[in-house]
Design a protein around this ligand. Structure first.
Ligand code: AMP
Ligand code: MN
Ligand code: MN
Ligand code: MN
Length: 282
């Protein structure tokens, strides 16, 4: 068994179609793949078709943006009922904010950095119905404003930079509520990426659990070995299940491969070995 429970397609800011993503997963020996596009379920029908007849199981997921203490965090929902009206309405709201934010990013880039046509530029990289900062970063690199992705974020899109727009996503509690309303499992994504002290991360985990969250990504494509150990410690301390996801966005990023993650630490209960997984996978 090989689980990868966090991945993206062109329905959000990935570069592979859901079909190509599924084929890549099969090639990498993944047996259980969750497609977890940012704030959308739009890639799932195609992914569902693509896995038909192949030796791989698709888990319907999404990575939802959420606000906690004034910062943006990401919550992955797994085994989602894509028909849930609560979830669909929540996603509609998120997409409305994304739409407004995309235009606002472009407006600020023009006003503060003299960069024109950033909105059209970003849109030229969009294949699904959703604009992300990644699309702006691709445009900024293509147009020569930054030498690579990391620099595009650092110079233009992060806090304090010309194109930064404050998050106004739904609250952590609301997002977890939508996932639960859709019979899903709420997983805190890449917990080591929020630059929180251990104390503040514990505060976040306590609130996440209070809201109904059940798992954290102990294994993530973005976690160092030391971060894996630290997150395994948090999972044990809080009685949280442990998830594993590469956060693959496509072959352009040579550091992250679909399905390639270290072994789950022994102290962890993997989310796929839990009763709730068995119930919801049934
Ligand atoms: P958004 O949800 O539109 O705000 O975009 C967030 C996405 O941007 C993340 O999922 C990453 O794919 C990407 N991203 C965020 N920060 C960085 C960074 N510092 N360098 C490269 N990519 C980033
Ligand atoms: Mn992304
Ligand atoms: Mn994320
Ligand atoms: Mn992601």
């Amino acid at each position: 068994m090989k689980y990868d429970l966090h991945s993206h397609s062109i329905a959000s800011d990935g570069t592979l179609t859901p079909t190509a993503l599924v084929h890549e997963a099969v090639e990498e020996g993944v047996t259980h793949l969750a497609l977890t596009d940012h704030d959308t379920l739009a890639g799932l029908p195609e992914a569902r078709q693509a896995v038909a007849g192949l030796n791989i199981e698709l888990i319907a997921g999404a990575e939802l943006s959420a606000m906690w203490n004034g910062r943006t965090i990401h919550i992955v929902g797994l085994h989602l009922d894509v028909e849930s009206s609560v979830l669909r309405e929540g996603i509609r709201q998120q997409l409305e904010f994304r739409d407004w934010r995309g235009r606002e990013i472009a407006r600020r880039l023009e006003k503060k950095a003299g960069i024109e046509d950033a909105y059209e530029g970003a849109l030229s990289f969009v294949h699904g119905g959703l604009v992300s900062r990644t699309h702006f970063a691709r445009y900024l690199v293509e147009a020569g404003y930054a030498k690579d992705f990391g620099q595009a974020f650092k110079k233009y899109l992060l806090k304090g930079k010309p194109g930064h727009v404050r998050g106004d996503w739904a609250s952590l509690a609301d997002v977890v509520e939508w996932i639960r309303a859709a019979d899903g499992i709420a997983v805190l994504a890449h917990p080591a990426r929020y630059n929180l002290t251990a104390t503040r991360l514990r505060g976040l985990l306590a609130e996440f659990i209070e809201a109904g969250g059940e798992a954290i990504e102990v294994l993530s494509g973005s976690h160092t070995p030391n971060e894996v150990k630290a997150m395994a410690g948090h999972a044990l301390r809080f009685g949280l299940l442990a998830s594993a996801g590469s956060d693959y966005h496509g072959p352009e990023n040579p550091w992250v491969h679909l399905g390639r993650l270290p072994e789950m630490p022994e102290s962890c209960t993997a989310v796929w070995d839990s009763d709730i997984w068995q119930q919801r996978a049934a």
